[in-house]
Design a protein around this ligand. Structure first.
Ligand code: ANZ
Ligand code: ZN
Length: 804
């Protein structure tokens, strides 16, 4: 018997695959195509972790299966290599980020190859390669030309640690995505991409693709479309208006006070009338110190101050109400002002209780003095003039028509999603390809000047005044204006890390193209991505951004499908053996390399696919790894048992068909754990029967191949099966043969099992009786007695009751 020398076997096959271009994707082949995509990694200094392995092995299995099924498969890999950790490392060590990136890419490449992934290595992309970011800049120029990129001075999320502006997507819950420190609001010159213009298209698109339900839902919530109205309230003794956004115009008669955000411009414009200005200013100062996350917490104690000297008039009933400033109203949403309806809005209710403001019921059904009544399905309008007696939905329609007729407001759609803050004051990113000209303003560079390459700098440190290190390189900054030819200065901010990843899947289709980001033919052949797998944390970041860019390119006419990804799935986290998230500080990090060294890549792959429900978090177990190694050892030993045979034996036929079906179906729905369990069961059956022939072993090897490719290729060769495993076909099953045609049935006499009989699965009672009555055990127990009753449950049990 040969020994399972996994190290030798794995190296051997990795070399063969590389030499034979086994996993090359063939442009324009007439086979059906399959494009499987996994999120390309950021090549950090720490190397690959087991989370990457879980994320990649799923579509690795699918890709290998698809090849056996006759598809022309594109399964690419690349590097999302711009970003802060590399730059910070460069600052610490003085090494150029380019050199650091190249080293890290080498490490990642070797690690991925060690695992035996079937990537097409000729198609790698690197977002920091000028031949790549040239096109990132090109797409930016197009956005700029179409008015979808603009610069504005505004309050933005700023991380004092990283010294960068953060997009909303990067500072969810008020915490910096990168370093975990609290985000503050700071006024800055900011480049925005108008992703809000694409909100409706992004929402519509979700319904045309096959994303996991929770992914759809998260994106919908993030975009956060709500239908409502802008309503103009008037300010007493003034011609100024206070406009609010409300989703509940039906409650207009229930307004008992108004609230504006601490940053609302009205404070400034009506300053002279405010009699408690000092108090208001103090409150504004306090609010500045809070993060947005703190402010919108439902549970938190409400704070606020009445703005004395100003009253507001409800345009529907001309009632005067007080005006307040409170931090639960955000400046960045709607108009930054609300009409408060404490009877039917929980936050307003809490505020009213705290400050002893009136609460009026306008929708019947609850007790608004006890708690806000928020049910919109069942209430009937009361105390509401023309709306009395209507249900909420009719009242809404009615009142919106009315306010539009009266010109006191109009229907509006609002989105939670904000425009994408797009510039970073850092070095290691794509330069934004525009210049600032005194005469012409901001001008995009000419396309033929692209790429605008990153210049060499002495120091990568961002400056404390929030300027990029590029700003100090005069010979790079000073240039001429493409429009007027006069002196101009280059934009010195760079793009965020999300830029390069917003279109990389397009580049994979034609990665070496020097004339366009990808040719029309390549795009038409390969797109859409058939299946994209990645992390849940990217659902409201990368996945939104890249859908936006792709949809924009569609509108430009340079890609031909609206949505880039036909299908999206997500893996769960792998936790350390202590059940906690793996982290350096906890010391519970598992390094895939250690597992490969000790047990081999096939064991690593098998274990990571066996670890548990693919979509759920799973806890690492060293015993689990050992169990998977034992499984592979036993598969290896099977070769000694194999007998000749071109067809499945009668004995094993059902087992084989059943297992093919199970593995085939489970792989497709990412149930790798149960697929592997089915193969383990099959192995046990072969062993306990002591019986497996060549045809059966061949099928077994093919089923296991996507998970453990090295060992299965080696076994294939040892067995002398024809051709290369990779040129073979995926096993097929016959439905009819997946079910046992005969079963063993227990026969009970007076409640005790006395024997087991083998009968056809669809056996009638009469037939079963015949067979039972010829069984010696049954005969001996019935002998001399009378049968008084028989209960036959087909497929389950046969009960006989006898009497003396
Ligand atoms: C009156 C009202 C009555 C409201 C009622 C709700 C219930 P969504 O659905 O999330 O879009 N709102 C508007 N602008 C706000 C801001 N800048 N900061 C905080 N709250 C704001 O929420 C829209 C509702 O949130 C609006 O409808 C408004 O309160 C509040 F029974 O107006 B409503
Ligand atoms: Zn100019």
């Amino acid at each position: 018997m040969s020994v399972y020398t996994f190290k030798k076997i794995e190296e051997k096959w990795q070399e063969i695959w590389e030499q034979n271009d086994t996993f090359k994707a063939h442009d324009f082949s007439c086979k059906p195509k399959f494009y499987g995509l996994v999120e390309f990694p950021y090549p950090s200094g720490v190397g690959l972790h087991v989370g990457h392995v879980r994320a990649y092995t799923s579509l690795e299995v699918i890709s290998r299966k698809r090849r056996l099924e006759g598809y022309n498969v594109l399964f690419p890999m690349g590097w999302d290599a711009f970003g802060l950790p590399t730059e910070n490392y460069a600052i610490q060590t003085g090494k150029h980020p380019r050199a650091v990136t190249d080293e890290n890419i080498k490490v990642f490449t070797n690690q991925l190859k060690e695992i035996g992934y079937s990537f097409d290595w000729d198609r790698t992309v690197d977002t920091t390669d000028p031949n790549y970011y040239r096109w990132t800049q090109w797409i930016f120029l197009k956005l700029f030309e179409k008015g979808l990129a603009f610069k504005d001075k505004t309050y933005v999320n700023f991380c004092n640690e990283c010294k960068v502006v953060l997009a909303n997507e990067e500072s969810q819950d008020g915490i910096c995505d990168r370093c975990g420190s609290e985000v503050v609001q700071m006024e800055k010159d900011v480049w925005f991409l108008k992703i809000r213009n694409y909100a409706d298209k992004l929402l519509e698109g979700i319904d045309t693709v096959n994303f996991l339900p929770r992914i759809k839902l998260e994106q919908e919530n993030w975009i956060g479309r709500s239908y409502g109205a802008h309503v103009d309230f008037t300010i007493e003794d003034s011609c100024e208006k206070l406009s609010v956004f409300t989703t509940r115009p039906d409650t207009l008669f229930g307004v008992t006070f108004m609230v504006i955000a601490p940053e609302h411009p009205l404070i400034e414009s009506m300053m002279s009338r405010i009699t408690n200005l000092e108090e208001i200013k103090n409150y504004q100062e306090q609010a500045k110190k809070k993060t947005e996350f703190e402010r919108v917490q439902l549970a938190k104690d409400k704070t606020g101050v009445q703005i004395k000297g100003i009253e507001v008039v409800n345009p529907l009933n001309n009632q005067k109400v007080s005006l307040w400033i409170a931090d639960y109203v955000m400046m960045g949403y709607g108009t930054g002002a609300i009409m408060a309806v404490p009877g039917h809005d929980t936050r307003d209710w809490e505020f009213a209780k705290k400050f002893d403001l009136p609460i009026v019921e306008v929708i019947q059904g609850g007790n608004v003095q006890e708690e806000a009544y928020t049910d919109i399905e069942n209430g009937i309008l009361v105390n509401s003039g023309l709306l009395d007696g209507l249900n909420v939905s009719d009242a809404k329609d009615n009142i919106m028509n009315y306010i539009e007729e009266q010109k006191i407001g109009m229907r509006t759609t609002n989105y939670k999603m904000k425009d994408w803050a797009f510039n970073r004051q850092r070095y290691w990113g794509e330069p934004i390809p525009v210049v600032h000209c005194e005469k012409c303003g901001i001008v995009g560079v000419n396309e033929d000047e692209l790429p605008i390459k990153l210049p060499v700098v002495e120091n990568y440190k961002p400056t404390d005044n929030g300027e990029s290190p590029l700003a100090s390189i005069d010979e790079w900054v000073n240039t001429t204006c493409p429009t007027c030819g006069g002196p101009a200065k280059r934009e010195t901010d760079t793009m965020p890390q999300w830029a390069g990843s917003s279109w990389y899947f397009l580049r994979y289709t034609d990665p070496h193209n020097m004339n366009s980001f990808a040719s029309e033919e390549h795009l038409k052949y390969w797109m859409q991505v058939d299946w994209y797998n990645g992390g849940m944390e990217h659902v409201t970041r990368h996945l939104i951004y890249s859908r936006f860019w792709h949809r924009f390119l569609y509108d430009l006419g340079v890609v031909h499908v609206k949505e880039p990804y036909a299908k999206r799935t997500a893996q769960g986290l792998i936790l350390g053996p202590d059940g906690e998230k793996m982290s350096k500080s906890r010391g519970n990090v598992i390094n895939p390399r250690d597992i490969i060294k000790e047990y081999g890549a096939d064991t690593l792959r098998t274990y990571i696919m066996f670890i548990g429900d693919y979509e759920k978090p799973a806890t690492w177990s060293d015993n689990g790894v050992k169990g998977c190694k034992r499984f592979l050892d036993r598969v290896w030993k099977l070769q000694d048992m194999v007998t000749e045979g071109q067809e499945y034996s009668k004995d094993n036929e059902v087992l084989i068909h059943k297992t093919i079906k199970k593995v085939h179906e489970d792989y497709e729905v990412l149930k790798f754990n149960t697929a592997i369990a089915a193969m383990m069961t099959m192995l046990n059956e072969f062993n306990s029967k002591g019986n497996i022939n060549k045809a059966e072993f061949k099928t077994f090897i093919l089923l296991l191949n996507p998970i453990a490719p090295h060992m299965t290729e080696e076994l294939w060769t040892i067995m002398g099966f024809e051709g290369m495993l990779n040129e073979n076909s995926w096993p097929v099953y016959e439905e009819a043969k997946t079910i046992e045609s005969v079963i063993e049935m227990a026969v009970q006499i007076n409640g005790k099992v006395r024997s087991k009989i083998t009968i056809p699965i669809d056996c009638s009672q009469e037939e079963a009786n015949k067979i039972a009555m010829s069984d010696p055990n049954i005969i001996s127990h019935i002998d001399g007695k009378t049968i008084v009753k028989e209960i036959y449950v087909p497929g389950k049990i046969y009960n006989i009751v006898v009497k003396r």
